[in-house]
Design a protein around this ligand. Structure first.
Ligand code: ZN
Length: 246
């Protein structure tokens, strides 16, 4: 993986507009990882995918994350100031895409793999949440044995299914990052999910508006081409913009 140039990030924004979040994540990774096939990227676990996106975000916009949250109790808006390190989860062990795991719970032994982008794409049209969950389990649970005998997934008790899902979360912690928040107005404390895909995409959208305005100003003042203006370092572009304003 390598950092995206300004022109590449603009291209990512153009290709990802109007796409669902899971596809936007793939557009970002495909652009930053030309050495890895799309198929392999789509088979990274969601936690691995989000770890890559977090790194890409840090390379593009720095380690500091600023966001907003709404207190569910009093409705006040609070500003979140975080560093990439605050939302970077480290799994106990590094794992390979498609790696198989197993868990033994009360006479059941279950083989499974972690949820990846291909799974999320497959359940995307499953409008029914129960059906989507069933599909997801069907894809990620590879084999079930009860006292050594093969057993259909439908016969797996809910308590065992929940244990499998919990183990998946432990193995892939970056897939579900929760922020512990506290409201300065009313003191309410709660947890909110941090979703790197929507966070980064919102930032990309405002970055695009800013950079296109800069291109517009410089192109109008000097007649330079878009590609040349985008290829400048932000610092150099900024100095020219100050000169235009004089
Ligand atoms: Zn509050």
């Amino acid at each position: 993986m390598r950092a995206l140039s300004a022109s590449e990030l603009l291209g990512v924004w153009e290709r990802g507009r109007g796409l669902p979040s899971v596809q936007r994540a793939m557009v970002l990774l495909d652009s930053a990882c030309p050495e890895i096939s799309s198929d392999s990227l789509a088979r990274l676990s969601i936690g691995q995918r989000d770890g890559f996106l977090l790194t890409l975000r840090e390379w593009a916009l720095g380690p500091h994350l600023v966001g907003m949250a709404t207190c569910p109790e009093c409705g006040d808006r609070l500003e979140l100031n975080l560093d990439v390190a605050d939302v970077r989860a480290t799994p106990e062990n590094e794992h390979e895409p498609d790696e198989e795991f197993s868990i033994a719970v009360s006479d059941y032994e279950v083989q499974f793999r972690l949820i990846n982008t291909q799974d999320l794409v497959a359940i995307f049209d499953g409008k029914d949440a129960v059906f989507a969950r069933h599909m997801l389990l069907n894809r990620c649970i590879l084999a079930v044995h009860y006292r050594g005998e093969e057993c259909p997934l439908d016969r797996l008790p809910l308590s065992v299914v929940n244990e499998v899902l919990e183990r998946m979360e432990l193995l892939d912690p970056q897939a579900d990052v929760q922020l512990a928040l506290s409201c300065p107005s009313c003191g309410h404390q709660w947890e909110a999910a941090f979703d790197i895909v929507s966070f980064f995409w919102t930032e990309i959208e405002s970055w695009v508006r800013r950079i296109l305005h800069e291109v517009h100003t410089l192109a109008r003042a000097y007649g330079w081409r878009e590609s040349d203006i985008l290829a400048m370092s932000p610092h150099r572009r900024q100095l020219y913009l100050e000169l235009v304003d004089e």
